[in-house]
Design a protein around this ligand. Structure first.
Ligand code: CA
Length: 220
């Protein structure tokens, strides 16, 4: 399990991370809201743990932006006991759970495990970007069928159209973390997708970002 932990109180964060690591939970730590949001938009995490009171951007701002982009990663909000209003707002904005500070790390671990076990909701999933419509329930792009892998890659690209996705992230997400497949599998499927976009006469293209990966953009 890999989580993103956004917390500005350094000593608290260090203590919690130490205990999470003992439980084999990998943690990326962000110390302010801006860095937290940047990481939260990447498709790297099983759960995001967000403190509400943060410098630069609040946890609620991050939550709203993340959900606004259609990212469904489970989110646990953290806040002081007296911030009841924040708790209600957080749940309204699509947080999955809430933990009052101070909390026991064991309690956080239990909540994390519960969220990761929770099966994904079978909901209608449609993503749109420019002239593209991806329907994940029947795996079609503008009505044209995609394979599993093509749909998986397209989903990642369309969830964060402005930012690059690495081949490593694609491998982990589409083929699975323990996969023995190579990065050139990703290249092959991206080339299939490019052909598909061409045959659909889409204005969108998959741009290669050297030494990094891919992103969606409009034909220039
Ligand atoms: Ca704080």
């Amino acid at each position: 399990m890999r989580i993103l932990y956004v917390e500005d109180e350094k000593y608290l964060a260090e203590a919690v991370i130490h205990l999470l690591k003992k439980e084999k939970i990998n943690v990326d730590w962000a110390a302010d809201g801006e860095e937290g949001l940047e990481l939260a938009l990447k498709p790297n995490y099983d759960v995001i743990v967000l403190d509400i009171m943060l410098p630069k951007l609040s946890g609620l701002d991050i939550l709203q932006t993340v959900r606004g982009r259609g990212i469904k990663t489970p989110i646990i909000m953290l806040s002081a006991l007296n911030e009841v209003e924040d708790k209600i707002k957080g749940l309204d904005y699509g947080a999955d759970d809430y933990l009052a500070k101070p909390f026991k790390t064991a309690e956080l671990i239990a909540r994390l495990r519960a969220l990761v076990r929770r099966p994904a909701l079978a909901e209608v999933e449609k993503l749109e970007y420019e002239d593209l419509k991806l329907d994940l329930t029947n795996r079609t792009l503008n009505g044209s069928e995609l394979t599993d892998k093509e749909a998986g890659i397209m989903e990642m690209l369309m969830r964060t159209p402005g930012s690059a996705i690495t081949k490593e992230q694609i491998l982990a997400h589409v083929w699975g973390l323990d996969s023995e497949f190579e990065e050139n599998y990703v290249e092959v499927y991206v080339s299939y997708l490019r052909k598909k976009l061409k045959s659909l006469k889409s204005k969108v293209q998959i741009k290669t970002i050297r030494n990094l990966g891919y992103k969606l953009c409009l034909e220039s």
